[in-house]
Design a protein around this ligand. Structure first.
Ligand code: ADP
Ligand code: GLC
Length: 480
């Protein structure tokens, strides 16, 4: 079976969040089970520069505002990939969606329409040597793909590939004003409630949710949550009506990138049998960030986009408590100015106990996850979440809110769960500071009992969050 993945980010080439980790790992995971995968990505500089053994598959003129479009084929880290070279649309360094001030590019509807349009052309034999059986789109950037495919099918009467859309985050929908519609090269009839129209606007994500043969999201709980008002972001009705085609498939961890035994970026490797290396990583973290050296109180770490979704106001609010109890806090993140400033102020006030690094830094992310004791993920909503999984793999116990993928992956350290040897972290339920603080207190209490803490770490580290289970589930969905 041949599967084409359509997406805008892929680790290690271009990443703004977990989407890239998934698209960077899933093709190889599927490949192990005999699926022939190819990627299709926009020609952002990071992809153009990394594409090896490239050939030109097709040249097209004047498409979606680009005078010249070339569909290239080659390999990205050994994975076969099509890259759409269209310099007017894609030759912009940095964040793939927004300029350096964080303002979304005004032609994003054209940039991502072209991505989906090329996906549909590949389904319609643009490359005669490789025609996909399934086209698997990721997030709103690929949302128009099932519709362009449908549109060709209706025009030619010929059935093309089946389509699947994975929602990594329903909060990002690719919604544009109605007047862009006539630039999308689609028949007027699709601009309707039974199509991509969303409260009078054009929604790329809705197009995907409406026209894809199957829909998946990245955890079983989130698949249920998005069918309700609270987390449905206005699309709950549609998702509910498609419930029989909607699956929650939990993401995995790529052991080539996130495993303490092989991680080349950390101070000392370690594994479940011997955790001495973790103490070295802990010391290295303290010395790198200027935190005072101590080992009797926990270091809490955060590696996150700083957005409303991630619930980090709770961490800001609890920071003084952490310091008051002798604990430490090390943060890496970037995003909303208000949260960045709140953390920076705290770090200035408590330089020995709170360290903040703003910006994106892959090596520092590994340093924190290896050197910390507890990783904080108090999200308001979380489709899957990957850092809590990375934390468990590194014996850095997650403290999470009971929502979405966090709820599906972390088992609370209640007395019963500790007794049964199944606890892997600290879970709180209602989004409020009291519940957050009481989970934190449990972390402090357990940390002071070193033998128990060690046992607890090992249970978390032994959890298997590899990609095999997800890969097999996706294959079942492709086959269906
Ligand atoms: P989301 O995709 O919602 O941001 P995930 O937990 O799924 O959340 O994935 C986040 C990914 O981005 C992880 O690989 C995490 O290590 C990484 N990450 C987040 N913020 C940063 C940062 N400032 N620097 C480096 N990596 C980061
Ligand atoms: C999104 C979600 C996150 C998920 C990631 C990868 O960015 O916010 O929860 O882990 O996609 O699927």
């Amino acid at each position: 079976m041949k599967v084409l993945h359509v997406c805008s980010e892929v680790f290690p080439f271009l990443k703004t969040g977990g989407l890239a980790d998934v698209t960077g790992a899933l093709p190889q995971a599927l490949d192990k089970f005999g699926i022939a995968n190819r990627l299709l990505v926009p020609g952002f500089p990071a992809f153009i520069e990394s594409l090896e053994n490239k050939i030109i598959v097709k040249e097209i003129t004047n498409k979606f505002g680009a005078s010249s479009v070339r569909v290239l084929f080659g390999t990205l880290n050994g994975v076969e990939a099509y890259v759409i070279e269209a310099p007017e649309l894609y030759n912009r360094i940095g964040n793939p969606y927004a300029d350096k001030d964080g303002i979304a590019y005004s032609d994003n509807y054209l940039r991502f329409a072209l991505l989906s349009w090329v996906a549909a052309q590949l389904a319609a034999s643009l490359d005669q040597e490789w025609v996909p059986d399934v086209v698997h789109g990721h997030d709103w950037h690929a949302g128009l793909t099932p519709l362009y495919i449908r549109s060709i099918e209706e025009y030619t009467g010929i059935k093309l590939a089946k389509t699947i859309l994975t929602v990594h985050n329903l909060a990002y929908q690719g919604v544009f004003p109605d007047y862009v519609y006539n630039e999308l090269e689609l028949a007027q009839k699709y601009f309707s409630v039974d199509g991509l129209e969303f409260y009078g606007q054009v929604s790329f994500l809705k197009a995907g949710l409406y026209f894809a043969d199957k829909i998946t999201t990245v955890s079983p709980s989130y698949a249920i949550e998005i069918q309700g008002k609270e987390q449905g972001c206005g699309l709950d009705g549609l998702l509910l009506s498609r419930a029989h085609d909607l699956y929650g498939v939990l993401n995995g961890v790529d052991p080539d990138v996130w495993s303490p035994a092989n991680d080349t970026t950390i101070a000392k490797n370690y594994e479940i049998k011997s955790l001495e290396g973790k103490s070295e990583c802990r010391k290295a973290l303290q010395s790198h960030t200027g935190l005072e050296e101590q080992d009797d109180k926990p270091i809490f770490v955060v590696v996150s986009r700083l957005t409303e979704q991630k619930g980090l106001h709770l961490v800001v609010e609890a920071a003084r408590d952490i310091v008051g109890k002798g604990g430490q806090l090390a943060i890496l993140g970037s995003g909303e100015k208000e949260i960045e400033e709140a953390f920076t102020e705290l770090a200035t006030e408590f330089p020995q106990s709170i360290a903040v690094q703003l910006g994106y830094d892959e090596n520092h992310a590994h340093r924190l996850i290896a050197g910390g004791d507890v990783i904080l993920v108090p999200s308001r909503f979380e489709p899957c979440g990957l850092t809590q999984l990375y934390g468990m793999a590194y014996g850095t116990l997650p403290l999470v809110r009971k929502v979405g993928g966090l709820k599906d992956t972390v088992t609370d350290s209640s007395l019963e769960n500790l007794d049964d040897g199944i606890a892997t972290g600290f879970v709180f339920d209602a989004f409020n500071i009291d519940e957050f603080k009481s989970a934190m207190r449990r972390a402090f209490a357990l940390y002071s009992r070193k033998t128990e803490w060690n046992r607890f770490q090992k249970i978390a580290m032994a959890k298997d969050f590899g990609w095999d289970v997800a890969a097999k589930t996706y294959i079942d969905i492709y086959k269906s």
